[in-house]
Write a protein that binds this ligand. Structure first.
Ligand code: GLP
Length: 260
């Protein structure tokens, strides 16, 4: 696991660099897309590179991590709409090349199975962007999630609904109770995982995920078992890391030519 501690703007550039390098190598790469605030600066940077440097997403595929159950198709906080607004529309990504689990399906279990099959048929995810919840969740794998889980229906914790109420005019009751989420086992099959976290509110979760015991109580800790993980954190999110000095030294002496 590589842990990089840097200002938030630099983190976004590093993540965008990794995505750009992948797309320039393989224009039909498969990208894993996260919602929440953490990846927004990365999406801004990718949109800039699309506009100014011709970075093309035309042949790429995108798979979202998760989706709320039951939000109306046109609801602005439906994750499919968030991804369309924050990244896909801005980089000319054809809508049919970006998919998410269908939180409006009559048969939700069938939708989960179909989503797993779609990821598999696309050849798996090359690079997966991730955020982390204050309770250590990745995607919507709340504490207690099986470390081997696949895409399925989950119940959101009160904590997560409170955290996400800011996207629903502060109204926690407007935040759905259920979601469809890629499982931890699904996420672990992506070839490169890039986790972004900023702000003091994430410090405990980052410490537990990176340095704590591998445990379903801090679901993101399963990332310790993945061979290619990059954790991008600012000073505030890194403030509880025991090995922060070591991570800083390692990054300071990293050769300039070496990507993530
Ligand atoms: C949300 C999303 C996750 C996201 C996490 C952190 O609920 N389902 O995919 O990574 O919580 O969100 P944020 O980046 O806004 O802090």
């Amino acid at each position: 696991m590589e842990v990089i501690i840097a200002p938030a703007a630099e983190l976004a550039v590093l993540a965008a660099d990794a995505i750009e390098a992948l797309l320039r190598r393989r224009s039909d790469a498969v990208l894993g897309l996260a919602t929440g605030s953490s990846p927004l600066a990365v999406y801004d940077e990718l949109a800039r590179r699309h506009a100014e440097a011709g970075l093309s997403f035309a042949r790429a595929r995108g798979f979202m991590l998760d989706e709320y159950v039951g939000l109306p198709a046109e609801h602005p906080e439906r994750y499919r709409n968030v991804i369309e607004r924050e990244i896909a529309a801005r980089v000319g990504w054809p809508a049919e090349r970006v998919q998410g689990p269908d939180g409006l399906a009559a048969d939700l279990e069938g939708a989960c199975a179909a989503y797993e099959a779609a990821i598999r048929d696309a050849g798996g995810v090359d690079l997966q962007l991730l955020g982390v919840g204050t309770d250590g969740h990745v995607a919507f794998n709340e504490p207690g999630s099986s470390l081997a889980s696949r895409t399925r229906i989950k119940t959101l914790t009160r904590q997560t609904r409170e955290d996400n109420a800011r996207f629903f005019d502060g109204d926690v009751e407007a935040v759905p109770h259920h979601c469809l989420t890629q499982g931890l086992g699904t996420i672990m099959e992506a070839r490169h995982l890039v986790l972004l976290a900023t702000g003091r509110g994430k410090a405990e979760a980052v410490h537990r995920v990176v340095e704590g015991a591998v445990s379903a109580m801090w679901p993101g800790s399963v990332l310790q078992l993945h061979p290619h993980v990059t954790v991008l954190v600012d000073d505030a999110a890194a403030s509880r890391l025991q090995l922060a000095d070591y991570y800083r030294q390692t990054y300071a002496s990293k050769p300039a030519w070496q990507g993530l």
